[in-house]
Each structure stands twice: as structure tokens, then as C-alpha cells.
Design a protein around this ligand. Structure first.
Ligand code: DHB
Length: 308
């Protein structure tokens, strides 16, 4: 029987399949429902210090079957409400808060508050695709020094997963900077910077204009970026685990990411109309391993690296 167990920053997880931030994770009720699935951990929608109402609609549109563009505007109740409403300690599945802020100090404040509330690890969103005024109009994850400063500040409070953007030339360089700054894991990819246009209305399809692309169509890009990260970390003699995501729809897609060197994966967009798919994916991974005669995830992790 396949053993799916993994450890992440000392935490023991039943399996490597996590719920990605931003989908089926914005209220305690929906997280409770998702915790009934076969899932290693659940990541919350990004939390900011102040409440954010989000952008006007449309906020999410399917561009081609299975592939979506969205700009929600990071809607969330803010740190105080979050800590009051969400229990981070007594669920059956590890809940990992995802944090978003504009400065290293703000990230540290959020990290401190969720650690006090019982979080064992947090993911930091360095890479929401909508342009921000801070970091000179770029995202923290588009500059190795800015990304490292955030990781350094936040990881003094609890172990940190640094979530990276694919919208860079060299994602490996950013991952190495984050790992050297103390990140306990690297997750990638966040959504691809995108826009779509309504030809009838002669305007962008989303209320915000710009958005991020996710879902089935981005999987080959996610795989390439994860491979780039794994190669860069290996070359720098770093063994920081990588959490792969982008377009995972079934167990074969999980296998693809692990073959590229991912230790864990996150699943998001495909669950929008089909939450149960999360359990199917985890069961399918165990079936694939049994069929192949693999006992542990290490038995096939990174296999594809031999090709390069
Ligand atoms: C949003 C945030 C993200 O990190 C992302 O990749 C896409 C959308 C948002 O809330 O708008």
C-alpha cells in the first residue's frame, strides 16, 4: 500500500495534496467542509491587516473550458475578524493561513498574529498578479531582494511558505533568495498575469481589467517553473521543499509535478464546481503508486530531472 505521508517544516501531513489559497476557503464553514476530504492541509484565502471589500464584478470568468481569469481583489475580513472567526487549532486537518501585505513589517505583524492564534506555518502571498504601488510598482516576488526581506521578516514568527509568481524571467533566482532568507518551503505558481476582452462590449472582461489566469491551461507552465525552481535550489545546495501548483485537475497532474521534483502540491481552480475532486485526486495518487509499485513519494520524486 502506498504511503502518502509527508512532513513540512516538522508538521506531519497525511498526504501531499493541499487545498490552494483562494478557492473554497474564505469562511470557517467551507473550510470545515473541505476538511472532510482526503487532504493534507487547507490554505485560507489571503488575509490582510485591514478588511478588503474586493473588486467590483465580474471577478472570475472561464476563458476556455477549465481555464479561468480572475481578479477578486483579495477580499477578506481583515486580521482581527479572521483570528476571531477561524479556529486554527482544533480542526482535524492543518489549516495554513495565507498572508498578504505591502511591506515586510506588515507581513511580520500578520505572521506574529496568526502564530499567536495557533498557526504552525503560514504561506505568504508575494505574488498577487495585480500591480501594487509598493516595491516600485512590482511584486515582492519579482525582485529577489524584496522577496528575501519579506521572508526574513515573517519567518522570525513561524515557518513560512513563500508563494512565487510565474511572471518573472528567472523564478529559480527568486526561490533561492527566499530559501536563503529562511523560507521553509517554496510554493509555485501563482496565477499568470492576464487580460481578456469582451468584443461586444469593447472592454476588459473583468471589473478590474487585469487578472490572473489559472486552471487546466496553465499546467505546462507550472511544471516548467517548478522544474526551474528545483534545479536552481539543487544547484545552490538547498533542500527546501517545493509545493507545486497550477492547473492540477487529476491524479496524473499531481504525479507530473512530483516527477518534476515537487514534494507537495496544491489544487485550486478545478475544485470550483466540484469540491469532491480533491479526495478523488488523493485516492488516484495512491492508486497510481500501487500500480507502479512505489511505496513512498521519494521513489519517483524528481525523476524527470534526469532528462536535463
Ligand atoms: C487574487 C489574488 C491572487 O493571488 C491571485 O493569484 C489571483 C487573484 C485576488 O484576490 O484578486
Amino acid at each position: 500500500m502506498a504511503n502518502l505521508q509527508v512532513t513540512l517544516a516538522g508538521l506531519h501531513l497525511d498526504n501531499p495534496v493541499m487545498l490552494a489559497s483562494g478557492i473554497l476557503d474564505s469562511t470557517p464553514g467551507i473550510l470545515r467542509r473541505m476538511s472532510k476530504m482526503k487532504v493534507g492541509a487547507l490554505i485560507t484565502k489571503s488575509i490582510s491587516i485591514k478588511p478588503r471589500p474586493g473588486y467590483p464584478g465580474p471577478t472570475a470568468v472561464e476563458t476556455t473550458p477549465g481555464t479561468w481569469i480572475n481578479a477578486m481583489g483579495l477580499p477578506n475580513p481583515g486580521l482581527n475578524e479572521f483570528v476571531d472567526e477561524f479556529s486554527l487549532t482544533n480542526g482535524s486537518v492543518t489549516i495554513i493561513p495565507n498572508l498578504v501585505a505591502d511591506t515586510p513589517d506588515e507581513f511580520a505583524k500578520l505572521a506574529d498574529a496568526v502564530a499567536v492564534a495557533g498557526a504552525k506555518i503560514a504561506e505568504i502571498n508575494l505574488s498577487c498578479p495585480h500591480p501594487k504601488a509598493s516595491y516600485k510598482g512590482r511584486l515582492a516576488a519579482q525582485d529577489p531582494r524584496a522577496a528575501a526581506e519579506v521572508v526574513e521578516a515573517a519567518s522570525t514568527k513561524l515557518p513560512i511558505i513563500a508563494k512565487l509568481t510565474p511572471n518573472v524571467t528567472d523564478i529559480g533566482e527568486i526561490a533561492v533568495a527566499c530559501a536563503r532568507a529562511g523560507a521553509s518551503a517554496i510554493s509555485a505558481i501563482n496565477t499568470l498575469a492576464a487580460i481578456d476582452i469582451d468584443p461586444e462590449l469593447e472592454r476588459p472582461i473583468l471589473g478590474n481589467g487585469y487578472g490572473g489566469l489559472s486552471g487546466a491551461g496553465i499546467r505546462p507552465i507550472g511544471l516548467r517553473k517548478v522544474l526551474d525552481i528545483v534545479q536552481a535550489l539543487t544547484a545552490a545546495n538547498l533542500d527546501t521543499p517545493v509545493i507545486g501548483m497550477g492547473g492540477i485537475c487529476d491524479a496524473d497532474d499531481v504525479v507530473r509535478y512530483i516527477l518534476c521534483g515537487a514534494h507537495l502540491v496544491q489544487v485550486g481552480t478545478t475544485l470550483a464546481g466540484n469540491p469532491e475532486q480533491l479526495s478523488n485526486i488523493t485516492e488516484g495518487l495512491a492508486d497510481w503508486m500501487d500500480r507502479k509499485g512505489y511505496q513512498n513519494l521519494e521513489d519517483f520524486r524528481g525523476r524527470v530531472l534526469e532528462w536535463f
